[in-house]
Design a protein around this ligand. Structure first.
Ligand SMILES: Cc1ncc(COP(=O)(O)O)c(C=O)c1O
Length: 458
């Protein structure tokens, strides 16, 4: 029989529910704390930012206190523009590595904007439209999230304003134009449009920006503009919830392939694509006592899990958010301008942090040059040019396949290919020209940032 490469689902077989892992935690997530009072805050504190459905999903309350959450029909319809996404067996990579391991990847780059991000931008736009919101404000690092919001806002007839981290704004003009094509307005962050932006520009008129600063600007915009709500691309519980469609599909597709992964791998910026592929497998690990290794891959330049500490911190640089317990490098963290712009966040999704703290998942940090080497090897064998973010997962999938070869073990490896790199060619060009460097976030910087963390007795 011919070797099968792609494992596809029919539209009618697309999962119709998201998986809410909060229902399967033995202890709840640590409370979110008000920075002034030091007391836990309730979901009502989020009302200026999000519509009620999103808030209830975030807190896992009301109709959303359920293990499986029905995906609204209009959201399913929009998902069907690109879902179900393919599961592909990387047979050529397996052969080139001469490994007994099987390597599968779930390919989220087939979405209109080229990544997993619309999986949550679509429901966020939908719930906002239902609630009467007219305009969404958001930030974007690499441009993938901003593109997803611009696309989803267009689908549901909302305006969108995107604060794009300055280095990415400069590196990726075509991402900007893509967002404009969908009808969104874009500014480089820090911008002159907000008080937070003006403050950082006063310190440095050529400020490279950071995700933390762009978040501060989008939050201020939301608070000061009528009919506007905030949309976030990662970190929050509801975002990870929406992304579980990736893992739910992947499980059905792995079944079609007649295999179950020994190792599940995803890159992590704020934790959403990793959570998306991993959480359904975490469920089987927790409930069915599967022995799956689940590995989150971060850059050595922003090593939140592997070098950060698990404590309360702000989610943004201007310290406007409540305090959340996360693995953090400190909210003052300004990352090196490495090319995986989407992985440059100082902290990590609380759900992922809890799983890491409890030893359910593992984390590893990898250097930029070895990531690009893996990306190029993968492109030349499998054809897809990955986003530099996603290439972090490829690096570790290759490393694990080589380890399986050394051990003579037939491991089944599944990784999430969160996006394509068609707008990241400047990064590839610099890699080929030998202009990229490895970057390890200095231990003394981490110590300094951590010393400045807020004190909370929770
Ligand atoms: C292609 C791609 N993968 C991964 C990420 C990292 O985000 P997250 O950890 O939320 O998946 C980004 C963020 O912009 C991205 O664009």
């Amino acid at each position: 029989m011919a070797e099968q490469t792609k494992f596809l689902l029919e539209e009618k077989d697309m999962p119709t529910t998201w998986y809410n892992i909060q229902m399967d935690f033995e202890t709840p997530l640590p409370p979110v704390i008000h920075p002034a009072t030091g007391q836990p805050i309730g979901p009502e504190a989020l009302m200026p930012l999000f519509p009620m459905d999103i808030i209830m999903q975030e807190a896992s309350v009301g109709p959303y206190a359920a293990r499986y959450i029905e995906i609204p029909e209009e959201v399913q319809q929009a998902y069907r523009l690109y879902r179900p996404t393919p599961l592909i067996r990387a047979r050529r990579l397996e052969k080139a590595l001469d490994t007994p391991a099987q390597i599968y990847f779930k390919y989220e780059g087939v979405s209109p904007v080229g990544s997993h991000k619309p999986n949550t931008a679509i429901p966020q736009a939908y719930y906002n439209k239902q609630a009467g919101t007219k305009r969404l404000a958001t930030e974007t690092g690499a441009g993938q999230w901003g593109s997803a919001v611009a696309f989803a806002a267009a689908l549901f007839g909302l305006e969108a304003k995107v604060y794009m981290v300055n280095v990415s704004y400069q590196q990726k003009p075509y991402r900007r134009m893509m967002m404009e094509t969908y009808g969104a307005s874009i500014v480089a962050s820090p911008s002159r449009d907000t008080n937070a932006g003006r403050k950082f520009l006063a310190q440095d008129p050529n400020h490279p920006g950071s995700l933390g600063i762009a978040i501060s600007e989008a939050l201020e915009d939301t608070a000061t503009t009528p009919d506007t709500k905030y949309s976030i691309g990662s970190v929050f519980n509801h975002v990870l919830l929406h992304q579980t469609i990736i893992g739910e599909e992947a499980q059905r597709q792995m079944e079609k392939a007649g295999a179950y992964p020994d190792i599940v791998i995803g890159c992590i910026g704020g934790g959403s694509n990793f959570g998306g592929i991993a959480l359904p497998f975490v469920r089987e690990k927790l409930l069915d006592k599967r022995e799956t290794r689940i590995i989150a891959v971060e850059p050595t330049a922003a090593p939140s899990l592997t070098k950060g500490i698990y404590t309360y911190d702000f989610g943004d640089t201007a310290q406007m958010t409540p305090l959340v317990k996360m693995y953090t490098l400190g909210s003052s963290f300004i990352p090196a301008p490495i090319h995986a712009g989407g992985l440059r966040y100082h902290a990590m999704a609380p759900i992922i942090c809890k799983l890491y703290d409890e030893g359910v998942i593992e984390a590893v940090a990898v250097q930029q040059l070895t990531v690009f080497a893996a990306a190029v090897q993968f492109a030349r064998l499998e054809g897809i040019i990955p986003a530099p973010e996603s290439a972090h997962a490829i690096r570790v999938a290759i490393d694990e396949a080589l380890r399986a070869k050394e051990a003579g073990e037939k491991k089944v490896i599944l990784f999430n290919l969160s996006g394509h790199g068609h707008f990241d060619m400047a990064g590839y060009q610099q890699y080929f020209a030998g202009q990229l460097q490895d970057y390890e976030y200095p231990a003394e910087e981490i110590a300094k940032a951590i010393a400045g963390l807020p004190k909370v007795n929770a």
